[in-house]
Structure formats: structure tokens, C-alpha cells
Design a protein around this ligand. Structure first.
Ligand code: MTE
Ligand code: LUZ
Ligand code: MOS
Length: 777
């Protein structure tokens, strides 16, 4: 017991493959243009190309349909409609209200009606335009407000309440009431939707697909073809971005390619052109809010009520879980004692909205931030002080409206650190001074916090599997259920495996996600990819390590209870250091199993969708950001001058990747709240269906002074190496940009009027708010 610590133990403790910044495993391939995306897979001889024929009406009964001109177009091989689908004509992920090909009644402009297969991509697209379709038009609903007025929902509305809202509201000395509209957002993955279906023997099908959810694609394709899942193999090496848009909505493309390939017994590729992709697929849900909040003289919230209506589009898709996440993020970092939160998934004749980074969380939280911002202005106080006053406590005021106790609250410390490092108070004074002498250009400053619950809010999805193979030469291959979309999951998972086996990360390789390797996987979503698959891969690697350790003891003897150590590419047992490949070689000859599967299910989760109560999240991630903008109040143009962001990635598995995720999410969220505007014409056609009219942030929109840091904080939960998820939560950081713009506008009226600013805060919207403030001041 009082022996000195064995040197091998000390060295083992110092060695690590996780928690170190290293490049993305495909970084070099990305830069060289050698990373293979689905469209880069060499095409097989006889490959055909499909395109979809789309509805030109928002809501109509299909009348006479003449597809002869399509069939007679150059290069066309086949045309398929709903009647040609052998199995189930459905690609809805939860509820079966989502036809692959529409029959009878079209529900939005852009809805697929038929598939045309031709010799080339171009011929297929040209042919698809030649259909002559008669429509009997029906009344259409487009906005969430219209849906609400018409009581038109894709799912029953949700309601979460705690305490006695009405009594608390009636007693409150002050109130704010209002409405807010926050627009949707196109995922704008750089690689569009694509699937390449290759028929195999005995009614089998291989589908190469850009998807966050290979298992779901497998199920949808199996159902559409009327075969069992074991006939279908779906593979995805990587996506050029998914951002939620390929969680469920890759299914239409996978199914259409597979239906065609099965009929023709030839490989069929379906690659969406950008305009078609944007016309057909769903986006982030826009939200319409009506709120009513009571507060005291200090700005403490006493009662809060919000009614949110989402634009679900024509079908349910993932709108239910999105709305649930919105309801569970309305509190953000604030304790709300007496609340009444409603959410309705408005049914509209538009694309079926779907997952997008944050998955309703950002939409839930921005409403309370808008309210807090108004309370502060009404009281003439700095919004940071009001935020702080309402923060969740650590030991009291720490139960969320849905009943989960918060045991990892660091928002106060994190905010204090950012307040200091960003020089918030001095800059507030400087902004005020600037605005006094600047009649046209107005500066604005805002600090906004975030809390984000980590886990799928559908409990059973919180599981993952992995396979680790150690080959006889000592090289290691890991395969897991997660998908790579640029976020670095493979890099993190291979670091975890390397760490477990004491190897440099270079010795471990990750391969394509493949439904024949790991079965029944969940979508790589809800930011849980590295959490779940990292744990599963660790489980697999650990089993191999244990077998190798037992084998090393057999060879070299026991070192009085000192465990065999794995580090520095070698195995250290009883004074011997054997290079890893050497021990592996010996183990193989001794017939030790050198591969293993691994599994993980997040413990402690439960959720009752009826009462909207339970413990839906494993833990919370936290963050905060400060943004400073200057707004030209005559033109509505603005610039982000400086942004400081602090994000709690726990014990980061890879700080380089995590910083990249925070920066990317910040800029993406800024685009959502400022420049990215989806616009449908009065007939319901989305007119912003290309980058020419839909403005995502460019490099020049990034702040020149951008200070992003990770907050040092180990996860209190036993997550993979005590890290925290990073994929989605930082999308809430640019709330600070939106509220800095609102602050600048408010300076026009001497901060006496709450600017009625909706999102996105485009130049037009900013000007509208400036005029409203001027009129009211
Ligand atoms: N980062 C990149 N580069 N590309 C993406 O498509 N998707 C985001 C986020 N970061 C995305 C991304 C979304 S929506 C999610 S849910 C997570 O990554 C999923 O990956 P993870 O769970 O492995 O973090
Ligand atoms: N829940 C969630 C989900 O919180 N995030 C998701 O991405 C998701 N996807 C499907 C079902 N539930
Ligand atoms: Mo991310 S929206 O959960 O795919």
C-alpha cells in the first residue's frame, strides 16, 4: 500500500488520446478534394438517373394527368407514380401521413407526384417538367397564424403547466404582453439530398445515401419495396452537412431511387438539384408566439404564459418532438415558478418542416429572451441584471417546469466569466456614449445565456452500438451507428478507441456507417452522436483491452495487482513493455478474440408525453455570448463588430473540433436570425429557393473580432470522458446578435420603447422597427 506508484501507472496517467486538439480525420481528404461523397462513388455500368415531378399547386385535387410527354422525352426509360409502389407509399418517420409520391390531393407546391428515370441527370430533369397535370384547386393555409385561426393542426396541441399561472399573473405588479414571429430556416447543407440505389441478388438493395439516419432509410426502403429489412443495406461514409435536414427527409430520395432501381433492376441515382431540394424538403419551423408575463419591481418573473404555433407544413414529420423540445426550452436559463406553455403544430400547405440544429430548442428559448429583454427596458435596467435575477438556482429554484431537477447549473459562473472577459460593463458605457453623439449610426450590445438539454426527448432513441476490429498487424478499425456530417464524430470516436487501447489516434480508422454492421441505430441527432457512439465504441474497445490484458498476464505474470497498462502504442505488464502489434500477433496465434461489439443506453431517462413531465435530459450544456453591433438606422444595414462566446463542452474530447462547432453554430444561428428569409408567393410557392435569393452568411459577415472559448467544466454525469455535447446548443449563442440589434434600434427612442422586432432582422425588418420606435417615442 505504501509502495511508490509504479512508473508505468504514472506514465499511463500522463498519456492520452482524448481531450487533445487534433484535425478532423478527413481534413486532408477534404482539402485535397479526395473525400468521397455519395455522388463521387464511381457509377456502375448501366446506371440511370431519376428526377421528381413536382406539384405546382399548394392544395388541389389532381385531375387529368398526362405523363405521355414525360415518357416521350429524350432518354427517358420509365415513369412511376404512386400506383407503381409495391409496398407502402409512406416516408413519415413517426406518423404515416407522408406519401413518397402524392396521389389524389397535393398538399404543397413542390410535392413529388411522379419519378422519371432517364439515361442522364439532365434528361431526367428536363422530362420531369413536361407533365401536363390538371388541378382542382382547394383553399390553402400558409402561415401558422392562419393555421391557428382555422384550428388546423397535424397533431393535438401540447400543454405544460406548473403552479397557478392565473393567480400569479393577477397579483403581479407589472406585465408585458405581446406577439412575436420568428422565421424558419433552410438547412443549406452544401451537399444536397442524394441517394444511389443498386439492386442486389434475391430482391436485395444497396442504397448509398447522404443521410443522418441509415436505419430509418433501411426501414422506409424495405416498406416501400415490400421486403424485410435484412434485404436492404444502407451505407453512408459522410455527408456534406445535414444540420437536421437529413434526419428524416433523406427518406423521400432513398425510397424514390430504390423503387426505381427495384423496378428496372438497374442502379438508379437520384440527386436533387438545389432548387428542387429547397422546394421539396422541410426546414426549421417558423414560430408565432403570443405571450403574457407578470413581474415584480426588480424584474423577477412571477408568472409566464406563452402560446406557440409552429408551421409544421402538410405532415407531422418530426414536428411533435420539435414542439416538445420548444416547450422544454422556453425556460432557457430561468426559473419560472408559475407557467402555462402551449404549443400547436399548425398544419399548412407548405413543405413539411423538420429537424434543424437545435430542434425547437432555439425557438422555445428565444421567446423568453425576448420577454426578459422587454422587462429590462420597461424597468430601465441593463438586461444582464434582469437575466441574472431570474437565473435558475443551484439548490433551490432549480426544478424545470417539466419536473427535471437541474443538478449541474453553472450559468452564474459562466456568465460572470464572460462578463469579465468581454469587458461588458465598460463596453455598455462606451456604447451609450457613442450613441449620444451619433444620430444615424447606433450601436447595440447584448449578453445572452443558454441552457440546452442533452438527450433525445424520445427516450428509446438514446442507444447506440459499435464494432471494433483489431487486425493482426495491430491496426484498428471502428464502426459505429453515428454518421459523419462534418461535425467530427468519427474523429472523436476513434480518439476514444485509441485512448482505450493506448494507441495514437493515427492507428485507428473509422469506416462508413452501414446498417449491416450496426443494427437499429438512432439518427445522428439531438447532439448525442459522440456521447452515445463514443460510449458504445469505448465499451467495445474495453472488452478487447480486457482480453488482451488477461492474455498479457498469462504471458508475463501478474504484477501484484498493478493492472496491465495500455499507453504509448504498447502494453505494459509486470515490467515488460510490448509493442501493441506484437502482443496482438501473439494473441491471434493464441486464438484470443480480437474484435468486439459495444453497446450503450443512456441511464436515468424517462418522459411522460401526456403530462409533459419527467427527466427527459441526461444533463444540460451551458453557454453565453456577447455581441456588439452597429446599425445604420437610415438603411437598416448593420455589422457585427465583435462577438465573444463561452461554451461549456465539459471536458472536451477534442477542443479544436468543439471550437469549430461553436463558431459554425454561432454564424449559422446568426444567419437564421438576421439575413435568411424564406418567402412564399401568394400562391404558396417558395420563391427563395436558391442562394441568389436566400442569403446565408458569407465569410465577410463573420465578425472581425471573434473570441470563442470553451468553459472549463467536467460533466457531472458519467458521459464519455465527462465531455458535453456541442453540435446544437451553440446555435443559441447568436441570440446576442439579435438582441444587440434590438438594443441599437431601441437607442433611437432613448430606450423607452420596446422595438417590435421579428426575426429574421433583415434590413427591411430593422427599418420597420426603427419607424415604429420613432412613431411611439
Ligand atoms: N456540423 C457540421 N459541420 N455539419 C452538420 O451537418 N449538424 C449539426 C451539428 N453540427 C452538423 C454539424 C446537428 S443538427 C447535430 S444534431 C449534430 O451536429 C450531430 O452530430 P453530433 O451529435 O455528433 O454532434
Ligand atoms: N428528439 C430530439 C428527437 O430531442 N431530437 C431529435 O433530433 C429527435 N429526432 C427524432 C425524434 N426525437
Ligand atoms: Mo440535429 S437538428 O438533431 O440533426
Amino acid at each position: 500500500m505504501n509502495q511508490p506508484v509504479a512508473p508505468a501507472l504514472l506514465a499511463a496517467q500522463a498519456w492520452k488520446a482524448v481531450g487533445v486538439a487534433r484535425p478532423h480525420e478527413s481534413a486532408e481528404l477534404h482539402v485535397l478534394g479526395q473525400a468521397t461523397y455519395t455522388d463521387d462513388i464511381p457509377e456502375l455500368q448501366g446506371t440511370l438517373h431519376a428526377a421528381l415531378g413536382l406539384s405546382s399547386k399548394a392544395h388541389a385535387r389532381i385531375g387529368a394527368m398526362d405523363l405521355a410527354p414525360v415518357r416521350n422525352s429524350p432518354g427517358v426509360v420509365a415513369v412511376y407514380t404512386a400506383e407503381d409502389i409495391v409496398g407502402t407509399n409512406d416516408c413519415g418517420p413517426i406518423i404515416h401521413d407522408d406519401p413518397i409520391l402524392c396521389a389524389g390531393e397535393v398538399q404543397y407546391v413542390g410535392q413529388p407526384i411522379f419519378i422519371v428515370v432517364a439515361d442522364t441527370h439532365d434528361n431526367a430533369r428536363r422530362a420531369a417538367r413536361r407533365a401536363v397535370i390538371g388541378y382542382d384547386e382547394l383553399p390553402a393555409i400558409f402561415t401558422p397564424q392562419e393555421a391557428k385561426a382555422a384550428n388546423s393542426y397535424v397533431l393535438p396541441p401540447m400543454h405544460l403547466k406548473r403552479g397557478d399561472y392565473q393567480a400569479a399573473f393577477d397579483m403581479a405588479p407589472h406585465v408585458v404582453k405581446g406577439q412575436l414571429f420568428v422565421g424558419g430556416q433552410e438547412q443549406f447543407y452544401l451537399e444536397g439530398q442524394i441517394a444511389y440505389a443498386i439492386p442486389k441478388e434475391d430482391s436485395g438493395m444497396l442504397v448509398q445515401c447522404s443521410t443522418q439516419h441509415p436505419s430509418e432509410m433501411q426501414h422506409v426502403v424495405a416498406h416501400a419495396l415490400g421486403v424485410h429489412s435484412h434485404k436492404i443495406l444502407v451505407e453512408c461514409r459522410r455527408m456534406g452537412g445535414g444540420f437536421g435536414g437529413k434526419e428524416s427527409q433523406s427518406a423521400l430520395w432513398a425510397a424514390s431511387a430504390a423503387i426505381s432501381a427495384a423496378k428496372l433492376r438497374r442502379p438508379v441515382k437520384l440527386r436533387a438539384d438545389r432548387d428542387d431540394d429547397m422546394l421539396v424538403t422541410g426546414k426549421r419551423h417558423c414560430f408565432f408566439y403570443e405571450y403574457e408575463v407578470g413581474y415584480d419591481d426588480n424584474g423577477k418573473i412571477l408568472a409566464a404564459k406563452v402560446d406557440m404555433t409552429l408551421r409544421a407544413g402538410f405532415s407531422a414529420d418530426l414536428s411533435g418532438p420539435v414542439a416538445t423540445r420548444a416547450v422544454c426550452h422556453f425556460d432557457n436559463t430561468y426559473y419560472l415558478s408559475d407557467v402555462d406553455i402551449r404549443a400547436g403544430c399548425g398544419k399548412t400547405n407548405t413543405q413539411s418542416n423538420t429537424a434543424f440544429r437545435g430542434f425547437g430548442g432555439p425557438q422555445g428559448a428565444i421567446a423568453i429572451e425576448y420577454i426578459v429583454d422587454e422587462i429590462a427596458r420597461n424597468l430601465g435596467r441593463d438586461a444582464l441584471d434582469i437575466r441574472r435575477l431570474n437565473f435558475y438556482g443551484k439548490t433551490e429554484r432549480n426544478i424545470t417546469p417539466y419536473g427535471q431537477e437541474i443538478v449541474d447549473n453553472v450559468i452564474e459562473a459562466l456568465t460572470a466569466e464572460l462578463e469579465q472577459s468581454s469587458d461588458y460593463r465598460a463596453r455598455r458605457a462606451a456604447v451609450e456614449a457613442y450613441n449620444k453623439t451619433s444620430p444615424v449610426l447606433k450601436k447595440g450590445l447584448a449578453l445572452t445565456p443558454l441552457k440546452f438539454g442533452i438527450a433525445f426527448n424520445v427516450t428509446h432513441l438514446n442507444q447506440a452500438g459499435a464494432l471494433v476490429h483489431v487486425y493482426v498487424d495491430g491496426s484498428v478499425l471502428v464502426n459505429h451507428g453515428g454518421t459523419e456530417m462534418g461535425q467530427g464524430i468519427n474523429t472523436k470516436v476513434l480518439q476514444v478507441v485509441a485512448h482505450e487501447l493506448g494507441l495514437d489516434a493515427e492507428r485507428v480508422r473509422a469506416t462508413a456507417t452501414d446498417t449491416s454492421k450496426v443494427a437499429n441505430t438512432s439518427a445522428t441527432a439531438a447532439s448525442t452522436g459522440a456521447d452515445l457512439n463514443g460510449k458504445a465504441a469505448q465499451d467495445a474497445a474495453r472488452q478487447i483491452r480486457e482480453r488482451l490484458a488477461a492474455f498479457a498476464v498469462r504471458l508475463y505474470g501478474d504484477d501484484d495487482g498493478v493492472p496491465v497498462q495500455f499507453f504509448d502504442n504498447a502494453v505494459h505488464a509486470n515490467g515488460h513493455s510490448i509493442p501493441f502489434p506484437e502482443l496482438v500477433q501473439k494473441a491471434y496465434l493464441a486464438r484470443v478474440q480480437l474484435w468486439s461489439d459495444g453497446f450503450y443506453a443512456t441511464p436515468g431517462l424517462h418522459w411522460d408525453p401526456k403530462t409533459m413531465n419527467g427527466h427527459p435530459f441526461s444533463y444540460y450544456a451551458y453557454g453565453a455570448a456577447v455581441s456588439e453591433v452597429v446599425v445604420d438606422t437610415l438603411t437598416g444595414e448593420w455589422k457585427l463588430l465583435r462577438a465573444d462566446a463561452l461554451y461549456d463542452a465539459g471536458r472536451s474530447l477534442n477542443p479544436a473540433i468543439d471550437l469549430g462547432q461553436v463558431e459554425g453554430a454561432f454564424i449559422q444561428g446568426m444567419g437564421w436570425l438576421t439575413t435568411e428569409q424564406l418567402w412564399w408567393n401568394p400562391a404558396g410557392k417558395l420563391m427563395t429557393h436558391a442562394p441568389s435569393t436566400y442569403k446565408i452568411p458569407g465569410v465577410s459577415d463573420c465578425p472581425e473580432d471573434f473570441r470563442v472559448r470553451l468553459f472549463d467544466n467536467g460533466n457531472v454525469e458519467d458521459s464519455i470522458h465527462r465531455s458535453k455535447a456541442v453540435g446544437e446548443p451553440p446555435l443559441l449563442l447568436p441570440f446576442s446578435v439579435f438582441f444587440a440589434i434590438r438594443d441599437a434600434i431601441s437607442a433611437v427612442g432613448g430606450h423607452r420603447v420596446n422595438p417590435p422586432l421579428n426575426a429574421p432582422a433583415t434590413s427591411e425588418e430593422i427599418l420597420r422597427a426603427v419607424s415604429a420606435v420613432e412613431a411611439a417615442a
